[in-house]
Write a protein that binds this ligand. Structure first.
Ligand SMILES: [Zn+2]
Length: 121
């Protein structure tokens, strides 16, 4: 890995492409084969994704985002209403659906980030 290769890996662009589930290198090929399972390599440009294992980074990001939005929301609702049972269920369902929506995007963004920084595991 030389400096020339590194300089081609724009961080913001790689993360944005990962968020959209696209190859951080070319933006064309699919990054994820399943829900959050990465493709071994890009079908369009052949970029190898296998060195960029994100471990628990994506679930951590999602948990952080969900906590930052739903905990204050639950707190405000509990202080301003009688906090009926259905509100609790609605909040939990909303948090679960939001997490399910965010997880593959966070996974893609995490791979894009590691790819841009060339952090191999
Ligand atoms: Zn590609």
């Amino acid at each position: 890995m030389g400096d020339g290769e590194r300089s081609g890996r724009a961080l913001g662009r790689a993360v944005a492409r990962g968020l959209r589930g696209r190859c951080p290198n070319c933006g064309q090929g699919r990054l994820l084969a399943g829900y959050i399972r990465p493709e071994p390599q890009c079908a369009a440009c052949g970029e190898d994704f296998r060195p960029y294992g994100t471990a628990d980074f994506a679930p951590y990001l999602v948990t952080f985002a969900i906590g930052l939005t739903f905990i204050p929301l639950a707190l405000v609702i509990s202080l301003t209403t009688d906090f009926a049972g259905w509100i609790v269920w609605a909040l939990m369902a909303g948090a679960a659906l939001t997490a399910a929506f965010l997880l593959p995007r966070a996974k893609g963004a995490a791979i894009g980030l590691l790819w841009a920084l060339d952090v191999r595991s």
